[in-house]
Design a protein around this ligand. Structure first.
Ligand SMILES: C[S@@+](CC[C@H](N)C(=O)[O-])C[C@H]1O[C@@H](n2cnc3c(N)ncnc32)[C@H](O)[C@@H]1O
Ligand SMILES: [Zn+2]
Length: 290
């Protein structure tokens, strides 16, 4: 793990700093709370059992395939651009002595693909992917050489020091306004990506999928109200041309409620034209801590 990431981690039990325990792969705090680093490279910073399991291995594999095809690169690019505006111009990755590396945290990072894109745009920054899904973290741990990955639940205390984070990413994942505020540097920003009601609209109609809640934008604001103010927001859209197999993959990475009846879903996918034109439409909002 990059020392600049480790320096920002905190024990989820007592909030003391963590360090590599001698002769083991574990991380340990001065009070001897100990956290295993999995063979696949992520550290388990959950205390007790997670009440949320997160995405399954099948969902994560589907997401990895879909993202690898570049269909959501529009989201990665928008995040990288917004993060660059927050962190400011960076140098070639060498930091003067004592100058902190900006930390980019992705809460609900999934495979870590968006985090990797942001780090690629910020040669000085280090990254941390947080998720409750082990299959997601196995991929996130190798998403980028400057990124680490940790098992953590967004609904619990985050395993990070106060004001440790320059940029916090949150893409199609749960938000915890109070904790996001605590870990963000007062000069940092939270970047939230949510679907608009045009997102995948063609498939929602043709396959009878769950509709995006029209009140979603309000709910984002509600969940952050009191802790953040919205600085700016913009819509980002892309016209995707998908094969039927890619449509099946896209459905597979979504909430399980999308495919309650697999046979009917398969029949509906088989009836689609190929390729099928699908709109990806998201809103990226930039939030500043109050
Ligand atoms: C729709 S996926 C988005 C993943 C990634 N941000 C992306 O856009 O590719 C939602 C992610 O949030 C994670 N997640 C769900 N509940 C969570 C929680 N309570 N704490 C942390 N992560 C959670 C899931 O495991 C999953 O990886
Ligand atoms: Zn501790």
């Amino acid at each position: 793990m990059h020392p600049a990431v480790l320096a920002r981690l905190r024990c989820p039990v007592c909030a003391e700093p963590l360090a590599t325990a001698p002769d083991t792969r574990a991380l340990r705090c001065p009070r001897r709370h100990s956290f295993d680093v999995a063979r696949q490279g992520y550290v388990n910073l959950l205390t007790g059992r997670a009440p949320h399991v997160g995405d399954t291995a099948d969902m994560v594999a589907a997401r990895a395939d879909f993202l690898a095809a570049g269909h959501y690169d529009v989201i990665s690019a928008a995040l990288a651009e917004a993060a660059t505006l927050v962190v400011g111009p960076t140098s070639d990755g060498r930091r003067a002595d004592g100058e902190p590396y900006p930390l980019v945290v992705d809460a609900g990072a999934g495979t870590g693909r968006h985090l990797a894109a942001v780090l690629a745009a910020l040669p000085d920054a280090v990254g941390l992917a947080l998720d409750v899904s082990k299959p997601a973290l196995r991929r996130a741990a190798r998403a980028h050489p400057r990124a680490a990955a940790a098992l953590a639940d967004t609904w619990q205390r985050l395993p990070l020091a106060d004001a440790s984070t320059a940029v916090l990413l949150n893409v199609f994942a749960p938000r915890n306004g109070a904790e996001f505020h605590r870990v963000l540097d007062p000069a940092g920003a939270l970047l939230v990506v949510t679907p608009t009601d045009a997102h995948l609209a063609e498939l929602v109609d043709a396959l009878d999928l769950l509709r995006v809640d029209p009140a979603k934008a309000d709910r984002v604001a509600d969940s952050l109200a009191g802790h953040f103010t919205e600085e700016r927001g913009a819509a980002h859209t892309a016209r995707l041309r998908l094969s039927r197999a890619e449509v099946a993959t896209l459905v597979g990475m979504g909430p399980s409620a999308w495919h309650t009846d697999p046979e009917r879903l398969a029949a509906r996918i088989a009836a689609l034209p190929e390729p099928v034109a699908v709109t990806a439409a998201v809103r990226l909002t930039v939030w500043r801590p109050r």
